[in-house]
Design a protein around this ligand. Structure first.
Ligand code: SPV
Ligand code: MG
Length: 433
């Protein structure tokens, strides 16, 4: 009887090591490739450059591959139990390092199944993680970047976005990561905030900084990053203007624009009812959403409708009525905003919205209810969390402290420890040397 041999892979970047495993595996019989889905990968590393379908098409056509099945989890175990292969083949590099626990589990399962684990010498000098770094260095294209937000929303329990108002913020968001017992954590993308874009230019957040000006910083961010960007489109302006904004953003590879349902002179939402702000009519805002949807060229660009009812002191039912109407008008997602410190109103909104709508992504900006952690937001049915202003808010007090200390001392020695070392700043941006 033909024996089955299982091999798990991402296959985003094909390299001789993979071909070697396939060739070796095929010698044992029917080679089944467990191809990791975006979901399986997203919790552990960046999303693959290619979509699952694209990777599947490639792997299916490699000589020696008999069958491709989805591997929905990072661990091989559930697929081994499902398909009960006679063998599993893996490079011997998993004997040490982060994969050695997985190796132990695989040995146990294969023993239980009466199968065997085949380990082959790993192809020196080439592995997917090393190539991963290289692909980051290659960068991205507007099309790939644009699509990546929808893919992340589909693949991750919650998508984590941080504000960026210049290229340096972009670099931090692109590269900072934490590896702890809960696994690998990084930011998934960037928020181009009207508040911090305006503030960083010394202007008020009242739509006074126009699109062209904001695009200058955005362009710097695009140049040094690969992650998706969500653009804060304020009110979207006049319908006749919004259609151009959509096209411009889409052409640059921005993934989404969020527009808020206000008209007239916009003031920042965190003023709540302290500032006079007028909410648009449902019909008026739906017309703007629809015009934007009709203007976009790709099917991937997202227009997310931001509901200001709770900010404006209106009722939950007003917020919900608007949410359903905006989705009906074509909105690809809902952002529900609040300046309530408890987060209870957001939780209630999500519960009610999800009773009637299971899939439309919900976006939140937990600036005032910042004690609620991502896991809990996810449990409420939220898909995207935006940390909307924290890069600017953290930089400002640090800069003021340095300025004041120099004045007090008449020299800069006392701020030395408040500053990054010269060596570090010279090495921060590749190519400076
Ligand atoms: C922004 O970051 O500009 C926002 C979010 O619109 S908020 O400041 O909370 O209104
Ligand atoms: Mg804003």
């Amino acid at each position: 009887m033909n024996k089955t041999i299982y091999v798990g892979m991402t296959a985003d970047i094909l390299h001789p090591g993979l071909i070697n495993i396939i060739n070796e595996g095929a010698k044992y019989g029917h080679l089944m490739v467990g191809l990791l889905t975006d979901k399986a990968i997203a919790a552990h590393k960046r999303l693959p450059f290619l979509t699952y379908e694209q990777r599947k098409l490639i792997v299916e056509n490699i000589k020696g591959v008999a069958e491709v099945v989805p591997q929905e989890e990072w661990s091989y175990v559930s697929n081994l139990l499902k398909y009960k292969p006679d063998y599993i083949i893996h490079g011997d590099d998993w004997k040490t390092g982060p994969s050695c626990n997985e190796r132990a589990k695989v040995f146990e399962v294969m023993k239980q199944l009466g199968g065997e684990v085949i380990e082959i010498p790993y192809t020196k000098g080439i592995n997917s993680s090393g190539l991963d770094k290289e692909i980051k260095a290659i960068g991205t294209t507007p099309e790939v970047r644009l699509k990546s937000l929808r893919r992340l929303i589909a693949a991750k329990p919650i998508v984590r976005i941080l504000e960026a108002h210049n290229g340096l913020c972009g670099l931090i968001i692109e590269h900072v990561e934490v590896n702890d017992e809960k696994g690998h954590k990084a930011f998934d993308g960037m928020w181009s905030s009207s508040l911090t874009d305006s503030t960083s230019k010394g202007k008020p957040d009242i739509e006074a900084v126009d699109l062209t000006t904001r695009l200058q910083d955005l362009n710097n961010i695009l140049e040094c990053t690969t992650k998706p960007i969500i653009y804060d489109g304020d009110t979207g302006g006049k319908v006749e203007h919004f259609v151009f904004t959509v096209r411009t953003l889409e052409r640059l590879g921005i993934s989404a624009v969020i527009i808020e349902d206000k008209i007239g002179l916009k003031k920042n939402s965190l003023f709540g009812t302290e500032a006079v702000q007028i909410q648009d009519s449902i019909e008026g805002f739906c017309a703007k959403i629809l015009a934007g949807k009709n203007a976009q060229v790709t099917k991937d660009f997202m227009i997310i409708a931001r509901i200001e009812s709770l900010i404006a002191g209106k009722s939950m039912s007003d917020a919900l009525e608007r949410a359903f109407a905006y989705v009906e008008a074509g909105a690809d997602g809902i952002m529900i905003h609040s300046k309530n410190k408890s987060g209870d109103d957001i939780k209630e909104f999500c519960a009610e919205f999800r009773k009637h709508n299971a899939n439309t992504p919900i976006v939140v900006v937990p600036t005032t209810y910042d004690h609620i952690a991502e896991e809990e937001l996810h449990s409420w049915g939220i898909n995207v969390v935006i940390y909307a202003n924290h890069m600017l808010r953290s930089a400002y007090p640090a800069m003021v402290e340095v300025a004041r200390t120099i004045l007090e001392n008449g020299r800069a020695q006392e701020v030395r420890n408040l500053c990054m070392p010269i060596k570090e700043i010279l090495e921060l941006v590749p190519g400076t040397k």
